[in-house]
Design a protein around this ligand. Sequence first.
Ligand SMILES: [Zn+2]
Length: 108
Amino acid sequence: MSNQIIPKSFQVLGHKYRISYKNDLGYNDGCLGRINFSTKDIHLQPFKDSYPVAPTEVEQTYCHELVHLILKESHEDCYDPPLHSREALVDRIASVLHQILKTSKYEK
Ligand SMILES: [Zn+2]
């Protein structure tokens, strides 16, 4: 699974998060991604012939899970429901984040 923006792991606030691919995530959970705040795992549904997911969709799902994490770690739990659990908000922010990451240019 080659991908420009999805790493194997990253660290945030002293915790290492690992990203891995689960072939049956879409079928079993009905979603393309999942983040586990306890185990610090992000699972993504990869493309399979039996479960066709566009590469850009996998990236957007990764960004979506990142936004869940960012909002959770922001401790904005005074809102009801908490911001990190508002799927529509998470999706909108993730879409912007994905566009930024995909169009970023760096000095060579
Ligand atoms: Zn979500």
